[in-house]
Design a protein around this ligand. Structure first.
Ligand SMILES: [Zn+2]
Length: 416
């Protein structure tokens, strides 16, 4: 069987034919596939997309196709120029590649599919190409997917922030958290009012007015923008974010107490307890429970803070917003008397946002912490993997690629 036959079956382009296939080289083999226009076909203008008379022919260009048994595969084609009656003399469009890109579209989709399973440098290694080529392929896939994504039926979103890079910069991420479709919708630089306004501008007025639920953190710029831009939606301060604040407070108390105990020369009971105190009891191993029991014997501020957090877990079990509200008030009163400053800060914050927190019960707990938490975890993993990227643009593309559930064009044959 000829390679031409194979290509005609898998990758046929209207108006073009595969003329010849040649194997070149001794050890580093290259398969050169010469493509030419079908007889009588006219070139298509790359500006207006209309056919026109040919003007002249440019020198041969090489396009990279999917490598085949470790052999580099190149399409060789001499681009024609169109004498377009509307646009003047322009280069023609070819169906297998975009603009000035050297990669064929098929190869780019192939690389971007692999980049969902492996890191970008692993993909580059596996297919003997450069990191930059993989990046270009993923960027193409993301751009295509973003311009073809369907935003119908987005009525519940989660807004979150994430630290990234070495200098504690932030990105704002917006997820769709509807039952049945959970994905990343949008990424923006920083976590300011302007950032989130950017999301609403992109999302559009009409769609924003149809938003019913928004889960967010107690971050002031977000709350401000949400109140203004999506006044029809119930803003929910969800469980995941609230417990994250509480864990941060415990961590602060613990760090301070460890320093104090050390200064007094007391035995470091709290050493290595950091993750233990932030864990849910039901997720602990026997050994960890043993260690927790030891720590709890001491009347430490850390222990009291921990017990306050555990006590607060009851809050999430309530059904009625009324009784949940009562519990919240009592918990805050008790905590305010505790003289543990970081926990008092949490109580103050909860009091300030009482209404939005109780919205969670009004929304019938539809949005469990798991939704935002799960997406957030995946996003963090991608961010960590993207640590070497350095630039914001790379991070953005990696997040959309990994979490956007972006559509892909229909192919007659999947090479992946
Ligand atoms: Zn034209």
């Amino acid at each position: 069987m000829h390679i031409k036959t194979l290509l005609n079956r898998l990758e046929k382009h209207k108006g073009f034919v595969y003329q010849s296939v040649e194997l070149i080289g001794e050890t580093d083999l290259v398969l050169e596939v010469t493509v030419r226009p079908r007889k009588g076909s006219r070139p298509v203008c790359s500006v207006c997309g209309r056919e026109g008379p040919g003007y002249d022919i440019l020198p041969v260009r090489r396009f990279e196709f999917i490598p085949f048994w470790g052999v580099v595969v190149l399409f060789l084609y001499a681009m024609r120029r169109v004498d377009c009656p509307h646009c003047g003399v322009k280069v023609e469009v070819v169906p297998w590649a975009n603009g000035k890109h050297r990669q064929t579209k098929t190869y780019a989709w192939f690389l971007s599919s692999w980049a969902k399973r492996l890191s970008w440098s692993e993909v580059a290694d596996a297919f003997q190409t450069s990191w930059h080529h993989v990046f270009t392929a993923v960027r193409m896939a993301v751009n295509w997917g973003r311009s073809h994504m369907n935003l119908d039926g987005v009525t519940a979103i989660g807004v979150d922030e994430m630290a990234w890079g070495r200098w504690h910069r932030y990105v704002t991420v917006v997820y769709q958290i509807n039952e049945g479709q959970k994905r990343l919708l949008w990424v923006g630089r920083e976590r300011t009012v302007r950032t989130l306004l950017g999301f609403f501008r992109w999302f559009g007025k009409e769609r924003s007015s149809r938003l019913a639920f928004i889960c967010s953190d107690m971050w002031k710029p977000y709350l401000k923008v949400i109140a203004k831009k999506a006044c029809g939606a119930v803003d929910i301060l969800d469980r995941f974010h609230i417990m994250a604040h509480m864990n941060k407070a415990i961590d602060k108390v613990r760090a301070q107490e460890v320093r104090e105990l050390k200064a007094k020369g007391l035995s470091p009971v709290l050493k290595g307890s950091r993750w233990l105190l932030l864990k849910k009891v039901e997720n602990m191993t026997f050994r960890q429970i043993g260690k927790l029991a030891v720590i709890l014997r001491y009347n430490l501020r850390t222990v009291r803070a921990y017990l306050m957090k555990e006590d607060f877990q009851f809050f999430w079990g309530y059904r009625s917003p009324y009784f949940a509200g009562k519990f919240l008030d009592q918990w805050c009163d008790r905590t305010m008397r505790s003289r543990i400053e970081p926990m008092k800060d949490v109580a103050k914050m909860l009091r300030r946002h009482r209404k939005l927190i109780l919205n969670w019960f009004r929304a019938k707990k539809m949005f469990s912490s798991g939704v935002v938490e799960g997406l957030n975890g995946k996003a963090k993993l991608i961010t960590k993997r993207a640590y070497g990227f350095r630039t914001y643009k790379c991070l953005e593309i990696a997040l959309y690629h990994g979490l956007g559930q972006l559509p892909e064009p229909e192919f007659t044959h999947k090479f992946f």
